[in-house]
Design a protein around this ligand. Structure first.
Ligand code: NOJ
Length: 561
């Protein structure tokens, strides 16, 4: 396969609302991001994925877009965006936009028109259906099918004006677009072209696996909540056709980076999405490793536990399953997931930095393009929420409430579940320094600041050689300089160990052995033959391990060449 720049790149994700406020309104904004670009360039990452910055009523914090070609008021203006893009390019940073086109906001002009009448020219931009036969619209059970919204409840909302329901796989304010309508595709493709002509460098495509709905919108198998999961909508019958159309009409005309968020994707489908001929997308985000700690019966919003062999099996599946077919992406967290150091590492003061470095080592030395979520590079942790009222996140609030109502979880466990799983753990403001509000804002922050900012902050991390930030910088530099790390084949070792995550990478005569201890005690690991006496390439303890014992949360990589 021809080598591509985005295979060697490391992507840094910014959640703009929580990155840096510049005008004291308590909400992050574009000038704030521009000011912090040197910090990102210094880390060595080369692409920034910007979570949505478009006009939005913020029912789902920007993932509900009311105008794709305007900037959200709280974030600034189009001039601010142009300045950001210019500065980023000067620093050698590319900008990847979030493309949210499975749905719009219900405040988008298309939807405002669509809901006016059954014969409005925009009616077919969305998915409208009659109530179930013989039933009255709005009555319980009259929804056109049994699909549930990812944010809880039914995926259908009845609209009095025209006596029909519209589909929303996410919130009621996020109606799904009808991709089977060629006019919708024309609109989306011309909007993408507009951004690319402006100079942006690619797109992260929000829930792109859901855009083609199954023929006839059939009922699915209901889960404990009484609704069928969105999974029935994953990779529908025309998905690849639409992505190929997008590719030939738009993407193929530019040298861009694209990654599709693909919940519910199978290996076979993924090989097609991210095929090496480049007829669709460059890579995708799968979710297998994100569900390995889910609780039986309640899924994400129950009391979760880490199961290392399961986590490794999920990572291994994608490393080996895509080899030779498609390019992989690597991530531990993002704006939808808890903080990785709290989830897969150990956020106690003793082990926070060690385990954050261990997780970084484990991920960045695998095969695929790594993604760093803002704050991960300084080891930011989950937030010790004290009350459910502090939670802003629509997904965790609705699902926890629903699970309590259905008797699936106990009210008294709700706050602990939020502390472990709410998306807000990732959305607390970036911790820049130890001054009031962590240097994020001079106003009142839109979401609580994690109280550990006094010790966990970027100022300290950027100035200290032993910090997580310094280690990530070293890791990123190492990865970029090594064909073995970018292109070597992956092989998982000791899959059943519940203490050690170990693997090798091989390219020609070169071989790398990586071993990570996921526990707070010593654990033994045997290097494969040939590695005796080889030098450590990187490690998160000052000195190399003695013999075959790794210390708590120790990570090492050694190389044969
Ligand atoms: C996935 C996004 O990452 C998430 O934040 C959002 O709520 C849903 N898609 C709906 O757009």
């Amino acid at each position: 396969m021809e080598k591509k720049w985005w295979q060697r790149s490391v992507v840094y994700q910014i959640y703009p609302r929580s990155f840096q406020d510049s005008n004291g309104d308590g909400i992050g904004d574009l000038p704030g991001i521009t000011k912090r670009l040197p910090y990102i360039a210094e880390l060595g990452t080369d692409v920034i994925w910007l979570s949505p910055i478009y006009a939005s009523p913020n029912d789902d914090n920007g993932y509900d877009i009311s105008n794709y070609q305007a900037i959200m008021k709280e974030f600034g203006t189009m001039e601010d965006f142009d300045a950001l893009l210019k500065k980023a390019h000067e620093l050698g940073l590319k900008i990847m936009m979030d493309l949210v086109v499975n749905h719009t906001s219900d405040e988008h002009d298309w939807f405002k028109e669509s809901r006016k009448s059954r014969d409005n020219p925009y009616r077919d931009y969305y998915i409208w259906r009659d109530p179930k036969e013989g039933m009255k619209g709005g009555e319980p059970g009259a929804e056109p099918n049994n699909w549930g919204s990812c944010f809880g409840g039914s995926a259908w909302k009845y609209d009095e004006t025209t006596g029909q329901y519209f589909l929303h796989l996410f919130s009621k304010k996020q109606p799904d677009l009808n991709w089977d309508n060629p006019k919708v595709r024309d609109e989306v493709f011309s909007m993408m072209t507009w951004w690319l002509d402006k100079g942006v460098d690619g797109f992260r495509m929000d829930v792109i696996s859901l855009i083609s709905k199954p023929e006839g919108l059939p009922d699915g198998t209901p889960s404990g909540t009484g609704y069928a999961s969105w999974e029935g909508c994953a990779t529908g019958p025309h998905l690849h056709e639409y992505l190929q159309e997008m590719n030939s009409r738009v993407l193929s005309k530019y040298d861009v980076i694209t990654v599709g968020e693909c919940p519910g994707v199978s290996m076979e489908q993924a090989r097609q999405y991210a095929n090496l001929e480049g007829t669709e997308l460059n890579m995708l985000f799968q979710f297998d490793h994100m569900v390995t700690d889910y609780a039986e019966g309640t899924g994400r919003y129950g009391l979760t536990t880490l199961d290392l062999p399961k986590l490794k099996a999920a990572m291994n599946k994608w490393e080996t399953g895509l080899e030779g077919y498609a390019w992989n992406s690597l991530y531990w967290d993002n704006h939808d997931q808890p903080r990785c150091v709290s989830r897969f590492g150990n956020d106690s003061s003793e082990y926070r930095e060690l385990s954050a470095k261990m997780l970084g080592t484990c991920l960045h030395l695998m095969k695929g393009t790594p993604y760093v979520y803002q704050g991960e590079e300084i080891g930011m942790t989950n937030c010790p929420w004290e009350s459910l009222d502090e939670i802003n996140d629509i997904e965790s609030s609705n699902n926890v409430r629903q699970n309590i109502e259905k008797g699936l979880i106990r009210q008294e466990d709700a706050i602990e579940i939020m502390r472990r799983q709410s998306r807000d753990n990732a959305r607390t403001p970036m911790q820049w320094d130890d001054t009031e509000n962590a240097g994020f804002t001079t106003g009142k922050p839109w979401l609580r600041i994690n109280p550990d900012y006094v010790t966990v902050n970027a100022k300290d991390a950027a100035n200290r050689d032993t910090s997580v930030y310094a280690y990530y910088r070293e890791l990123i530099k190492l990865r970029k300089s090594s064909d073995l790390i970018v292109y070597g084949e992956f092989e998982m070792l000791y899959p059943d160990s519940s203490e050690i995550f170990a693997y090798t990478r091989t390219l020609g005569d070169e071989k790398l052995f990586v071993a990570c201890n996921f526990t707070d005690h010593d654990a033994e690991v045997q290097a494969p033959d040939g590695f005796e006496g080889t030098e450590r390439v990187i490690g998160n303890y000052e000195d190399a391990p003695k013999g075959s014992v790794l210390r708590p949360y120790e990570a090492i990589a050694v190389k044969i060449c």
